[in-house]
Design a protein around this ligand. Structure first.
Ligand code: ATP
Ligand code: MG
Length: 536
């Protein structure tokens, strides 16, 4: 029996996905295995029902089901209180009345032992009386705490009489004002596991030093069942942020559009960006579970979404930065409906019709007036194939007389080179995508780049990390032209724009203008060649 124990103080991210795949996955791997979804909601100041709902949505979307086993640590407040009474009665816990600062001073350091609090030797009856009065609301926040009585000289600081309960006169989103004392994580977590009968409590490595405390709590409180804590390395990914505190900061300061901003590694952000649950699960499976912290390259996550979409996404043609071309020898007013393959990886996806006419748009990048070596696309006097259509030749370049900017290309097509026809014998070095000008629809395309310019670990501690946010993380391109079959694409649908990458329809789309998020580019061999030729 495992559990996934999120605190409902933010949205889930890809790191949580690793924990979800591990906990739910292990339960699936063993006959009779069960994984609980438990909201670890013992901190009234930061938790919110909005997050409770979003977390359930995300776990389901990732493809997991808790089979009715959804729990809240706040449901155990009574039992946790009773266990505290037991600890006090056994002489294993006491009420301390030092201030938070004094407690810190008395705690000692990694090299020096701590000192006992002057209140450590209060009698059981005095402790019981004070703790009951703490619970009854007689004392102000911070005046008393309940502490475990373990060992102030322990080399493990977590065992130097850790705080078990604090007074907080703050309403909780579920229990309201019933409680004004709240249990600490290190106390509530092992006992919640024990109450639920969890056998394997899988948590991240930073809790390794807390394991002796976990075991102490279970041993001293004597619940009917004994869980075991096992640690694994948390997932870290380059050039992004994962901690909920930082994600919340981005959302609250409006540095991103919300928790579902496609630049964020949140489950909602990845989903809006076009990621599939299958790709995320395959990624988590691949990275595996280890005992040592490591940082995974963002490219690895991208690899898995590319693999998945390559199998399933329909291919379409879209031009992000349009350059008009006029085919001089193609009859005015004529339209041909050409057959285009929907997915070469999946013959059952069939074909669709794409209109071809005299005036088309191609990508500005697919033309160079003065082509460098190894550039095989369109250039004056050169030929390329238009995907699913004909070979064309550029015979002229029309420029704005004032600015010199290219307005359109004049081209000639070779009617004997239609794709799929028996006469299609001639070969050219490049095939480019296009759309028919009068048939194309308008679109906005959003390209995403890494959120941070450097890795978080490299940000100097005295600096505000948000100064390293990448100002180019979002690039909005308007005036894109898309093939007419995309006019009625619904939010969430995913496509491969031929030669450009994978794109997903954003909920910001309106009937006149579709908005597409680039999930991930295709690998672009030319970009590599181009870069390698730049002076170093
Ligand atoms: P964060 O540090 O991002 O704020 P958290 O650990 O405070 O996250 P919780 O809601 O307590 O968030 O996490 C729920 C579960 O998910 C915990 O068991 C935690 O260990 C696990 N988890 C959180 N972040 C990661 C991560 N990056 N990799 C693997 N597991 C994680
Ligand atoms: Mg946590």
């Amino acid at each position: 029996m495992t559990r996934f124990p999120p605190e409902p103080n933010g949205y889930l991210h890809i790191g949580h996905a690793k924990s979800i795949c591990l906990n739910f996955g292990i339960a699936q791997d063993y006959p009779g295995g069960i994984c609980h979804l438990r909201f670890d909601d013992t901190n009234p100041t930061t938790e919110d029902p909005e997050y409770v709902q979003a977390i359930q949505d995300d776990v389901r979307w990732l493809g997991f089901d808790w089979d009715g086993k959804m729990f809240y640590a706040s449901d155990y407040f009574h039992q946790l209180y009773d266990y505290a009474i037991r600890l006090i009665t056994k002489g294993r816990a006491y009420v301390d009345s030092l201030t938070a600062d004094q407690i810190r001073e008395y705690r000692g350091t990694l090299t020096e032992p701590g000192q006992n609090s002057p209140y450590r030797d209060r009698s059981v009856s005095e402790n019981l009386d004070l703790f009951q009065r703490m619970r009854a609301g007689e004392f102000a926040d911070g005046t008393h705490v309940l502490r475990a009585k373990i060992d102030m000289a322990s080399p493990n600081i977590n065992l130097r009489d850790p705080v078990l309960y604090r007074i907080r006169h703050t309403a909780h989103y579920r229990t309201g004002t019933t409680w004004c004392i709240y249990p600490a994580y290190d106390y509530a977590h092992p006992l919640s596991d024990a109450i639920e009968g969890i056998t394997h409590s899988l948590c991240t490595l930073e809790f390794e030093d807390h394991r002796p405390l976990y075991d102490w709590v279970v041993e001293q409180a004597e619940p009917p069942h004994r869980p075991e804590q096992i640690e694994f390395a948390r997932l870290n990914i380059t050039h992004t942020v994962m901690s909920k505190r930082r994600l919340l900061e981005l959302v609250e300061k409006k540095l991103v559009v919300g928790w579902d901003d496609p630049r964020l590694p949140t489950i909602k952000g990845l989903r809006r960006r076009g990621y599939t649950p299958e790709a995320i699960r395959a990624f988590c499976e691949h990275i595996g579970v280890a005992k040592r912290d490591a940082v995974v390259e963002m490219q690895l996550l991208e690899h898995f979404i590319r693999e998945d979409l390559n199998k399933g996404a329909q291919r379409v043609m879209a031009v992000l930065r349009p350059l008009k071309i006029v085919i001089e020898n193609y009859p005015q007013g004529q339209v041909e409906e050409l057959d285009a393959i929907n997915n070469p990886e999946d013959p059952s996806a069939g074909t669709r019709k794409v209109p071809f006419s005299r005036v088309l748009f191609i990508e500005q990048d697919d033309f160079r007036e003065d082509p460098p070596k190894q550039f095989f696309r369109l250039a004056p006097g050169r030929e390329v194939r238009l995907r699913y259509a004909y070979i064309i030749k550029c015979v002229g370049v029309t420029k704005d007389p004032q600015t010199g900017e290219i307005i359109e290309l004049r081209c000639m097509y070779d009617p004997d080179t239609k794709s799929g026809s028996s006469k299609e014998q001639r070969k050219v070095k490049a095939t480019i995508h296009w759309v028919s000008a009068i048939h194309a629809a308008d679109a906005e395309v959003r390209l995403y780049n890494p959120l941070l310019t450097i890795d978080l670990a490299k940000v100097p501690p005295d600096q505000d990390w948000t100064t390293y946010l990448n100002s180019q993380s979002l690039e909005r391109i308007t005036g894109c032209r898309i093939e007419p079959s995309l006019k009625h694409a619904t939010p969430g649908s995913r496509y491969q724009f031929e030669r450009l990458g994978y794109f997903c329809v954003d909920p910001d789309s309106s009937p006149g203008t579709a908005v597409f998020n680039r999930t991930v580019p295709l690998k672009d061999p030319w970009a590599r060649i181009d870069k390698s030729q730049q002076p170093r």
